[in-house]
Design a protein around this ligand. Structure first.
Ligand code: SAH
Length: 207
């Protein structure tokens, strides 16, 4: 077994203390995180901590990606909208759970979107769709989504993202109304959200 593979399976085992969903742990054990992080950060790719990916952005710690995937309760075939593609690691984990062709991701920085599209292709996740643009607009062409999540902190769930999520679907985001909290919300038949607070978190702000 290659050293990266060994480090990755150890990471997945360690996460077992915080996340019980076997599908999520298997996804973490599958995605080669070292290929998504900048080369000079590769040695730390399987440490359970956030890593800088340039331009003041960070890739979340693996346990946060795992916790979010578990809260989203993803099943194969679910159509998912991600806001904040970053380096693509989180999108790849989601792709493991729902199938790459069902993942749509929007990244604000066009150069990062281009770079990440290539990384996803090179790592076997080329089916993931990445668009450069403002995530607050969502991606209406592929709506409605079963699941929508943000990897950057917003003051509230952007209206268009709520609109583009189906009734009964789930939204998940770090919401910052003075302090950041991870909020999971189910969209009700009347369009309102039924929200649950999953504790304090730290993400980069939504632009
Ligand atoms: N999920 C990413 C982590 C991304 S960090 C990963 O696994 O690497 C948050 C990302 O959100 C950054 O790349 C940032 O550029 C992006 N972002 C911030 N505001 C945005 C907006 N309004 N629309 C889309 N992306 C945004």
């Amino acid at each position: 077994m290659a050293d990266w593979d060994r480090q990755r399976s150890r990471l997945s085992d360690r996460l077992r203390e915080r996340v019980v969903d076997e599908h999520v742990l298997a996804a973490i054990a599958s995605v080669p995180r070292h290929r998504f992080v900048p080369e000079d950060k590769r040695h730390a790719a399987y440490a359970d901590r956030p890593l800088p990916i340039g331009s003041g952005q960070t890739i979340s710690a693996p346990h946060m990606v795992a916790i979010m995937a578990a809260l989203l309760d993803l099943s194969p075939g679910d159509r998912v909208l991600e806001i904040g593609t970053g380096c693509g690691y989180h999108a790849a984990v989601t792709a493991e759970l729902v199938g790459p062709e069902n993942v749509y991701s929007v990244e604000y920085h066009a150069s990062l979107a281009d770079e990440t599209r290539e990384t996803l292709y090179a790592t076997g996740y080329g089916g993931v769709s990445v668009r450069a643009g403002d995530g607050k607009q969502g991606w209406s062409e592929h709506a409605p989504y079963d699941r929508t999540y943000l990897t950057c902190a917003a003051p509230d769930f952007p209206t268009l993202l709520v609109e583009q999520t189906r009734v009964g679907g789930v939204l998940l985001a770090p919401i910052d109304d003075g302090q950041q909290r991870l909020i999971r919300a189910e969209k009700q038949a009347d369009g309102t959200l039924d929200s649950e607070d999953h504790g304090g978190v730290r993400f980069v702000p939504l632009q």
